[in-house]
Every structure is written in C-alpha cells, then in structure tokens.
Design a binder for this molecule. Structure first.
Ligand code: NDP
Ligand code: MG
Length: 399
C-alpha cells in the first residue's frame, strides 16, 4: 500500500482517536482522514472536522448529527449504526482505525472487513465478541486485521522473528493496574476515583476500569487467540508494573523475543497504520541506560479473578466470550454510575456467564443475540437490591 493512506477513523473523540489525530497531524504526507465517527462529544469532534476535513462523518444520535450539519453545510453527516457503517465503508478508505469502545464498534468493523479494507484495531471487544466470524470474513475478503492494542502490536512485531510453527507461547504483559499491591481486605472501600487512577497509561474510562480488575487482560487473551490463532494453553500472562515490555514471544528453542518501547499509544497506532513499513518518527525515545529495573512477577488469580474467568469463556468457546464481554460492559457502566461497588464487577460477569450455555459463534447474528440476552441478564443483576446478593459487596448507607 502506498502513501498517503486514506483512513476512516472510528471513535475520533476518544483517547485512541485523539492520539491518532495527533499522529495524522504530525504526518500530513502519510495520512488523509476521509471519514470519522464520534459518539456525542461534539466539543472534540467539531474542531477535528474543521482541521481534517473528512467527507463523511457520523455521531451517535440524530440531534448531534443535525448540529454537525448546521456547522458544516454540505458535509455528509449520519448517525446511529447506519451512520458509523457509512464511515467505515467509505469507498476511498484504505484502512479503518477501529477506536470505538465496546461492542458498538462491531458492525462498522464487520462491514469494513467484508469489503476487504485493512482493519487497524484498538477496539478489542470486536474480536472478543465475534473473533471467529470477523477473522473468517477477513480471510474470505483478503482484509488484513492489524492490532493497535499495545500487547498485540508487540506480539505482531516479535512474531516477525520466526515462523508460526516455531512459536511455543505468547506471553502478554500486564501492569497490574492500581490495586496490584493493595491489601485484598480493603477492596470493599475502593472508590470510582481509585479505580480510574491507572499507574502507567492514560486511557478512556471503560478500559481503565477493565485494567483495574484485569478483565482487560482477559479480553486481550481472547483477542490474541483470534489474531494469532494460538490456543488458550499457549497464551500466558505475566505482571510487569512498568509497562515498557509490551509482550513477548517464546520460541520452541527456548529463546524469548520481547518488544519494548515507551508506553505511548502513538507507537502502536503508527506501526499498524504504516505496516509493513517502519517510518522514522520524532516520538520520544527510551533512555535505555536509565530505565532502571524492569520487574516481572506472576499473576495472582485471587487478586484478579477476571483473568481465569476470561480463560474459562475462551475454553467454553462459541458465544461464551460475547457473553463475558456484554456482562462486563454492563457491569463497568453500572460501577462508573455508582450503582454497584468495585467488588461486584467480576461476580456480575461470573453469574451471567455461569447461566449461559455456549452455542456456535460462526455468524454475526448468533453473537449479537447472545450479547443482547447477556446485557438483559446483567442489567437485572446490577439493578438496585440485586447487587446485595454478592458476597463482599457493600450495602448502601441507610437513607
Ligand atoms: P474512549 O472512551 O476514550 O473513546 C471511545 C470512543 O468511542 C469515543 O470517540 C466515543 O465517542 C466513541 N463511542 C463510544 N460509544 C459509542 C457508540 N455507542 N457509538 C459510537 N461511538 C461511540 O475509549 P479509548 O479510546 O480508551 O478506547 C477505545 C478502544 O481502544 C477500546 O476498545 C479500548 O479497549 C481500546 N484500547 C484503548 C487503549 C488506550 O490507550 N486508550 C489501549 C489499547 C486498547 P464520544 O466520546 O464522542 O461519546
Ligand atoms: Mg492492551
């Protein structure tokens, strides 16, 4: 593929979306933004439209679309699922950068892949929910699916060192989040603010909560299975608090190849968008001599029960990962709304998954159906009163 690359940016107003725009700003000769989508943050979207002049834009609701149209007469502005699919399937787009959060990013990613467009994917939930169907559609259309998630970008780079048959294990690193050393008996007192204070990465709220529980790592194990076609028993997780080693490939001869770089998402965004080339960048360099200690330690499953739960969903297969993801999205939204305590996040997912009988996930309809049912069940569990049934949850203060 030649430069400039025409990019459709899904989730332009988010943490990854804004990092991507800063990359496009720094490399005007390499990227042209032909279309972009947002949810409801017009304060961030309107200046981005003025700056990058896409020809198709989409937002979540009709009212917001009307306002964008008033600001930019003549611009094609859509909304809802059809709007975001139009952004992803823009005829001039070579590559679609998926940076929506949650399963909402699945329909546009799916349509883009079916058309054979390169999908640079930060939005891991797409592969957790529908990895089997998306990768099969990509194989059929010839679309490349390139990871933007830092661990998977690291694996993608390290895997260039050998053949698939020579890989023994993929090892994902995890910072451990803000509660790596917090005494377990104080988890009842965790506030929303505590959980949003990630030690090494600045990200959107949903993935930040997922990083505290390490459901994020569970989702990433599932994501790795689909991206690299490696079964769960050959996917490992290790805690690495500094977030400098982004992941590692262990080879059959006992060698390990790790990828290291500063913890800055502009690196994986640029890698995915310029692949298979590497381009010179003015991005900050690691000062290797003054890095100091890089620690690695095993994962404590009692502290992070979300990780074994995600492995269980992956082993159950079929629609189980879609159910894990849907229940988790509902639980995280409820926690951020102050409706359930931190301690209930993983039990909600566990209950919903426990009540689900996995069925084949070869079609998009099958996973979307499982997603809908799981959301309804999870919504019941996070409704007032229901959360009290969980051990370790905090009862609301008396009125
Ligand atoms: P943010 O919450 O910061 O951004 C999410 C983006 O999606 C925003 O543009 C938001 O719009 C849009 N959006 C949310 N819901 C909808 C919807 N229903 N319909 C249309 N658009 C919607 O998330 P992040 O940027 O942190 O994360 C994006 C994805 O990338 C996630 O899947 C995350 O796991 C993954 N990721 C993120 C990393 C990071 O460093 N942030 C690192 C690795 C992976 P608006 O704000 O306008 O409402
Ligand atoms: Mg990651």
């Amino acid at each position: 593929m030649t430069f400039p690359r025409n990019v459709a940016l899904l989730g332009a107003t988010g943490s990854i979306g804004r990092s991507a725009l800063s990359v496009f700003e720094a490399f005007p000769e390499r990227f042209r933004v032909v279309s972009m989508s947002a949810g409801s943050n017009l304060e961030a979207l309107l200046p981005a439209i003025a700056r990058f002049r896409p020809s198709v834009v989409s937002v979540k609701e009709k009212e917001a679309a009307d306002r964008v149209r008033r600001e930019f007469p003549g611009l094609r502005v859509g909304y809802g699922e059809k709007g975001i699919v139009d952004v992803a399937t823009h005829p001039e787009a070579d590559v679609v950068l998926g940076a929506v959060v949650g399963a909402a990013g699945l329909p546009p990613a799916w349509e883009a892949v079916k058309l054979g467009k390169t999908l640079a994917l930060a939005n891991k939930e797409v592969l957790v929910v529908a990895g089997e169907a998306v990768m099969a559609a990509a194989a059929a259309s010839g679309a490349a699916v390139l990871p933007v998630d830092s661990e998977h970008c690291a694996l993608h780079q390290a895997l260039r060192a050998g053949r698939p048959s020579e890989v023994e294990r993929l090892v994902l690193t995890a910072s451990g989040g803000p509660f790596r050393t917090r005494p377990l008996e104080t988890f009842d007192a965790i506030t929303i603010g505590d959980a949003l204070a990630h030690p090494t990465w600045k990200m959107g709220p949903k993935i930040t909560i997922d990083s505290a529980t390490m459901m994020n790592k569970g989702l990433e194990v599932i994501e790795a299975k689909w991206l690299f076609d490696v079964p769960p028993e050959r996917l490992g997780v290790v805690i690495h608090p500094q977030s400098i080693i982004h992941s590692m490939v262990e080879w059959v001869d006992g060698s390990v190849i790790a990828q290291i770089s500063p913890n800055d998402m502009r690196f994986p965004i640029l890698y995915a968008l310029t692949y298979p080339e590497r381009v010179p960048t003015p991005l900050p360099r690691l000062d290797l001599a003054s890095l100091g200690k890089l620690e690695l330690e095993p994962l404590d499953e009692r502290r992070y029960p979300a990780v074994p739960l995600a492995y269980a969903a992956l082993r159950a297969g079929g629609t189980a990962p879609a159910v894990l993801n849907a229940a988790n999205e509902v639980a995280v939204a409820a926690f951020l709304d102050g409706k359930i305590p931190y301690r209930s996040l993983v039990p909600v997912v566990e209950r919903v998954l426990g009540g689900h009988r996995a069925s084949p996930a070869t079609s998009l309809d099958a996973v979307l159906d499982a997603d809908r049912t799981a959301r309804i069940r999870a919504a019941e569990l996070v409704s007032p009163g229901a959360a009290l049934a969980f051990p370790g949850t905090v009862a609301p203060a008396p009125a």
